[in-house]
Design a binder for this molecule. Sequence first.
Ligand code: NAD
Length: 473
Amino acid sequence: MRLTVIGTGYLGAVHAACMADIGHDVLGVDVDAEKINALADCRPPFYEPGLDDILTRALASGRLRFTTNLREAAAHGEVHFICVGTPQKAGSHAADLSYVDAVVDGLAPHLPASCLVVGKSTVPVGTTAQLATRIARLVPNAVRAEMAWNPEFLREGFAVEDTLHPDRLVVGTTSRTADDTLRRVYAPMLAAGVPYISTDPNTAELVKVAANAFLATKISFINAMAEVCDAAGADVATLADALGHDDRIGRRFLNAGIGFGGGCLPKDIRAFTARAQELDAGAAVAFLHQVDEINQRQRTRTVALARRLAGGDLTGRPVTVLGATFKPNSDDVRDSPALAVASALRHEGADVRVHDPEGTANAQLAHPELSYHADPLSACQGAELVLHLTEWSQYGGLDPVKLARVVRAPVLIDGRNTLAHAQWRAAGWTVKALGRPAPSDHPDADRPHEPLRTTIVAPATAPAPADRPVARA
Ligand code: NAD
C-alpha cells in the first residue's frame, strides 16, 4: 500500500521504517529538512536501538523515501499517518494541537483522490471528530478524506520491536471501509495474532491517554509509598516485591525512584485533566493532579536528600549525575527527571558533572550550564556525591571499588533503586535511596565501611531491613 508518515520524530521515523519493512511503499514527511536529509541518508536523527538497521533495510528496498513536500505526500498516499508532536500548550495543561491542525490544513487541499487520514499522535478525546469536520471543509470537490485514529503505544528504547510486534492495535474508525483499510495496512501483525481492537474514534483516543494515566498512577503510587516508607522506617523495595506477588497488582512499574518524565506521560496526564474539565468530567480524573504532584515531588526530595548529604549546603560541592535521558536506551531528554535534578543541584551552587551514554548532545542543548563528561569514571573524578538518575545498564556494571578510588567521598544516591546496594556498601560507599532504609541502623549492618573522607553528614533514617536485590520491572 502507498502510505505517508507525516512527522518523522521518535514515533514517525520508526513507524515509517517499519511500515516499509513489512512491505508498504512509504513516504516520510517532516518540516525539519535536516531531519529528513539525515533519514534519507540513513543517519537516524536520534538514538533508538535497531532503527539504523531497519532504516538501512527499508531504504535499500526502495520502499522508503523522505521529503519535506506535503504536496508530494498528498499525491502519494492512499493512507496518511499523522505522527507530529502534541506538546503541552504554553501556559495551560491542555495539548497543543496546532501541529496536527497544520498537517490537515496543508494536506487536505492537495489531496487528488479519496483517502484515509489516520492520526497516531496522542490527542484529547474528540480530536478525530473535530479534524473530520476540518478536513471535509478543505478537500477539493469530489474528494472524500476519511479520518480515523490509531494511537501508538511504542516505548522509546523498544520502538522498533514495539512497532513490528505490538501488544495490541487499537483503531478508531467511523466506517467499515476505513477499518478494512487499516486491517490491510497491519495484515502481517494480524496474521501473527496481534490483538486488533476496532472501535469508535473517541474510545481509541481515550485508550491511549487512559493507558498513560494508569502507568503514571502506578509509578506515583509506589513513589507515594516510598515517602511513607521514609517517614515510617520501612523499605519500599521489599514492599514493592511483596505487592508484586499479587498478580492483580503485578511487579512492573513499581520501582520507586525519581519518577517519570519524557515527552509523553507528564504532558498526557495534564492534557487528560484539561480535556476532562472541558467535558465537565474533571472530577473523575482530579486524582491525576496528585499523580503529577507526587511525581514532581520525587525530584525535589532527591535534591533535598543531596543537600542533607552535603551537610545542608551544596555550594561549590562537586557532584556527579549519572544519566541525563528520561529513560535508558534513548537520547530523549524531554522533561527528564535526571536533568531536572541535575539542573536544580546546579541552581543550589553545586559543581555538577553529568554523564550519559547517548543523551549528552540533547542535554547540552537543554542545559548548557552543566558540565558533561565522556565516561562515568572521569565524571566521578573528585566527586563528593554521585547520583544515579537514569538506569542505563552500563551503570549497573560499574565497579564500585574502582569508582571509590576516584571520588573524594564515596556517597551515592541511587535515584532509580536499581544498583546492587550491598555491593556498593561493601566497597565502602554510603548508599541512599528514596524509600530505602539506612543500613547503619539495621542490626545486620556492622560490616566494615570505609571511613568517609569528607564531612558529609548522613540524614537520620529509621531502622530497616538489610539490602536485597530489587526485582526489575
Ligand atoms: P517528535 O517531536 O520527536 O516528532 C514530531 C515531529 O513532527 C518532528 O520531527 C517535527 O519536526 C514534525 N512536525 C511538526 N510539525 C509538522 C508538520 N506540520 N508537518 C510535518 N512534520 C511536522 O515527537 P514524538 O515523540 O515522535 O511524538 C509524536 C506524537 O506521538 C506525540 O503526540 C506523542 O505523544 C506521541 N507518541 C510518542 C511516543 C514516543 O515514545 N515518543 C509514543 C507514543 C505516542
